[in-house]
Design a protein around this ligand. Structure first.
Ligand SMILES: Cc1ncc(COP(=O)(O)O)c(C=O)c1O
Length: 403
């Protein structure tokens, strides 16, 4: 008998990277037999171990008896460490009372979207973008209004276009820079124009997903939405430890909330996960206050891989790839292969043993693109490029517009 599920369950999407991961894992033995071990450029998780000083702090916390609930908002010392970090890197003073420690980057997103979304409201979000934005917006019954991110602008957006989409029904504007899946970075000029315009729309709250803030290249400096004083009282900052410190499995993130919203976010936390695991929070203090050389090393390695993969992708028949400026993703235009994004994702997995994620997994504007996560070794990246070049050279490419 079918379960009489709530209707909204049919509105919930997913994050296809996890499905690709499961399928790739299932296919791995077969690929291994064929002498072509799977190369996973699908999932967005750094391939480095968590730095040893952070692991040691987590272990010590367990040995010291951090086995119990913490305050729902997080350990006071960690919330202070987050404020210090924000003061240092974003040059903004926030109060520890505004900080909510959560298990990963996703809960801040979940709390913000569920706080504002309901039938009759609109939420603006980047497309292609992190798939959970659109999924959760639909789940709440709100109308998802896409902000197209275009290849021509290095996957930034036109601030005037964004402002033109604001209506009296708009409740939330979601921005993500540096971005998943494009690696795009929104420049200060675009943000300045956007913020100036937002000043005229005080009913719009902004969710700034800055989880890749420290993974930025070419000497660029991350510009935080929180740094804009005129809208600071309606910016929700999302950040966390997953990407910066290679801690995806520790489930650690934080939100900085406007004073009026933090109690609502805390209530959502108490109604769902209660708090973040205690020993993870102790490790998180070490991550922020301890030595940062491991992060610098990871960023340097990502930067090298970025150049390696983009150069290689541009040599594959039917591909052309703009240079991403942040995160650890490259998103080539693959229209020249004559395949749809999903067809190419399947082709690369089956024919090359290379896991990627089709652009449409990130929204309709991702058609014609495939996402590569370059959080993998140089050897893996070289081998994946070699296999793809070989397989696609055998097919008639429609075009090979190189950059
Ligand atoms: C843009 C963006 N925001 C948030 C998250 C969620 O991070 P976490 O794994 O810490 O929940 C991700 C993860 O891939 C992401 O790419």
């Amino acid at each position: 008998m079918p379960f009489p599920l709530a209707q909204r369950m049919s509105l919930l999407g997913t994050e296809s990277a996890f499905e690709v991961l499961a399928r790739a894992r299932a296919m791995a033995p077969e690929l291994e037999k064929k002498g072509r071990p799977l190369i996973n450029l699908g999932i967005g998780a750094p391939d480095f171990q968590t730095p040893a000083n952070i692991v040691a702090a987590g272990q010590k916390a367990l040995a010291d008896g951090y086995h119990f609930y913490t305050p729902a908002k997080g350990l006071p010392e960690l919330r202070e460490a987050v404020c210090e970090d924000i003061a240092k890197r974003r040059r903004v003073d926030v109060h520890p009372d505004q900080v909510l420690i959560v298990p990963g980057g996703k809960p801040t997103m979940y709390y913000a979207i569920s706080m504002f979304g309901e039938p009759g409201t609109e939420i603006l979000y980047p497309n292609p973008g992190f798939p959970i934005y659109e999924s959760l917006i639909k789940y709440t019954g709100a109308v998802p209004v896409p902000i197209p991110l275009l290849e021509e602008t290095g996957f930034s957006f036109d601030p005037e276009f964004v402002l033109s989409k604001i209506t009296p029904r708009t409740r939330l504007l979601i921005l993500n820079t540096p971005a998943n899946p494009t690696g795009g970075v929104v420049g200060k000029r675009e943000l300045d124009v956007l913020v100036k315009g937002l000043e005229k729309h005080p009913h719009v709250t902004v969710l700034a997903d800055e989880i890749y803030a420290r993974l930025i290249y070419d000497g660029l400096e991350h510009v935080s939405l929180l740094a804009y004083e005129s809208i600071r009282d309606r910016v929700i900052l999302l950040d966390g430890w997953s990407k910066t410190f290679s801690m995806t499995g520790w489930r650690l993130g934080y939100g900085v909330w406007p004073k009026e919203l933090v109690a609502h976010a805390e209530r959502l936390q108490i109604n769902s996960v209660s708090c973040t695991s205690a020993h993870s929070q102790i490790a998180a203090i070490e991550a922020l206050r301890g030595p940062q050389d491991a992060v610098d090393k990871m960023v340097k390695a990502f930067d090298e891989r970025r150049k390696l993969i983009v150069d290689g992708l541009n040599q594959i028949p039917g591909f052309r790839c703009v240079m991403p400026r942040g995160a650890f993703y490259a998103m080539p235009n693959i229209q020249g292969t004559g395949m749809s994004a999903k067809q190419l994702q399947e082709f690369l997995l089956v024919e090359c043993g290379v896991a990627t994620v089709s652009g449409v997994a990130f929204g309709a504007f991702g058609e014609g693109f495939v996402r590569f996560s370059y959080a993998s070794s140089n050897d893996n990246i070289r081998e994946a490029l070699r296999r793809m070049r070989e397989a696609l050279s055998k097919r008639p490419a429609l075009s090979n517009a190189r950059r």
